[in-house]
Design a protein around this ligand. Structure first.
Ligand SMILES: C[S@@+](CC[C@H](N)C(=O)[O-])C[C@H]1O[C@@H](n2cnc3c(N)ncnc32)[C@H](O)[C@@H]1O
Length: 271
């Protein structure tokens, strides 16, 4: 199911344009944990469910080698196009069967992806590939965001929530159950040194056009588009018009601020 949801070339190209890199707050939390457990220089990082590589590339300055893996060929193809760092490579494979050697990985990350994985097999695979003392950083943000614009935050957030409501019938249960899934995943991590950090607030400033683009990356939007193309496009057109009216502008270059709630699971394999 996951493969089918992310394998379209058009979907992958929306991903490359409109998905965000992890914010500095998330990177700081990851590195304050990792710095206490790994010795510098850091060796090998693997980003699982890497999509078009937003969360993969950011690790390249910190590690000798970074590998992004994803089950979708289209996503990996897009990720490869964007790579500017010689120490970053990509490979098509699943989180449950990684093309990675035993006890070779210093840091394994998964950003907005682990809710798609089969927890038990994924965690077994993580245990196989991690070096003793190696770390895991699994993060995600949740769809229900606040959209801030001057004194119109309430109205803007209402339009955003209505878009999510229109997409709700097309949402995969793995999205609807994201919070529960991460709780289950945290409890299933077999290492005593583990941490769950919830309610990490992050703010991302983007032009309205990018917020509209973000909707086109949602898997539910792609299902809606496949089933009812005209209705799906009309829903986004109407939402954009409403945003513009509330903002009192005709330009989709006008910036809004997206406030997201994030979660981060950190763990380290015993030495
Ligand atoms: C929501 S995207 C996140 C992409 C990227 N990590 C980011 O931060 O934007 C989820 C990705 O997980 C991948 N995926 C889903 N199930 C997978 C699995 N079992 N193994 C590997 N990748 C998987 C999808 O193909 C998709 O690219």
């Amino acid at each position: 199911m996951a493969t089918q949801l992310f394998e379209g070339k058009e979907h992958a190209s929306c991903y490359q344009k409109f998905r965000f890199e992890p914010t500095q707050e998330i990177l700081d939390l990851i590195f304050s944990y990792v710095d206490e457990r790994l010795h510098k220089p850091y060796g090998f990082a693997v980003d699982v469910g890497c999509g078009t590589g937003q969360n993969t590339r950011v690790f390249s300055p910190y590690f000798k080698k970074v590998l992004g893996i994803d089950i979708s060929e289209a996503q990996i193809e897009e990720a490869k196009k964007a790579t500017g760092s010689p120490n970053v490579t990509y490979s098509v494979c699943s989180a449950e069967e990684m093309s990675v050697g035993d006890a070779s990985v210093d840091l394994l990350t998964a950003s907005i992806a682990a809710h798609w994985f089969t927890t038990e097999t994924f965690l077994k695979e993580v245990d196989r590939v991690l070096k003793p003392g190696g770390c895991i950083a699994i993060s995600s943000y949740f769809a229900n965001a606040e959209i801030h614009y001057k004194d119109s935050t309430e109205q803007m957030t209402e339009v955003y929530a209505e878009v999510l409501n229109s997409l709700a019938p097309y949402m995969h249960e793995k999205i609807t159950n994201m919070r529960t899934k991460y709780k289950e995943m945290y409890e299933s991590i077999p290492y005593p040194d583990k941490r769950r950090i919830e309610n990490i607030g992050t703010k991302i400033r983007v032009p309205l056009s990018s917020l509209m683009g973000l909707f086109t990356t949602f898997s539910a939007f792609h299902i809606y588009l496949r089933k009812e193309p005209e209705k799906a496009k009309e829903m986004l057109r109407t939402a954009e018009e409403r945003f513009l009216r509330i903002m009192g502008t005709s330009s989709t270059d006008t910036e809004v601020e997206i406030w997201l709630q994030n979660l981060l699971l950190l763990a380290s394999k015993p030495q």
